[in-house]
Design a binder for this molecule. Sequence first.
Ligand code: FES
Length: 147
Amino acid sequence: MAAFVSGSVSSSWNSNVSKSAVCKRERAAVLMVFGSDTVATAKKCTVRVEEGNKTREIQVDAGKNLRRALLDAKVDLYTLGGKFRNCGGNGACGTCVVEVLENPYGGVTPMTTKETFLLTGKPNTWRLACRAEVTSDLAIRTKPKQN
Ligand code: FES
């Protein structure tokens, strides 16, 4: 005998994000089968990553830190200098910068004051990956260059 129960699991990401910008929702489901483990799935977002001439897509749990997601997917996030002097995701060095190509105002959490300070004079589509959490599908470019 088995029972199936499904429903939403509350998420930690910004509730101000418009519902239309929310990525495909994989409804969190809890499968309860008598005599086996409980399984839960999280909402997934697609992040298209442009790294130089290469483009690929990675699947990221909503609410996950963008820097952590990129590093987990083995994305070459940092320039050579950034590889040696990055702050490890503490929002202090500015080396984890990415350009958000699509959905810049809905795909990630809003900029923090510290991030705004570090990116002074840069295009408003640039973000520090370590200060941003993924909230919906988006596209980014690593190591952006200012025109
Ligand atoms: S890793 Fe240093 S600011 Fe993001």
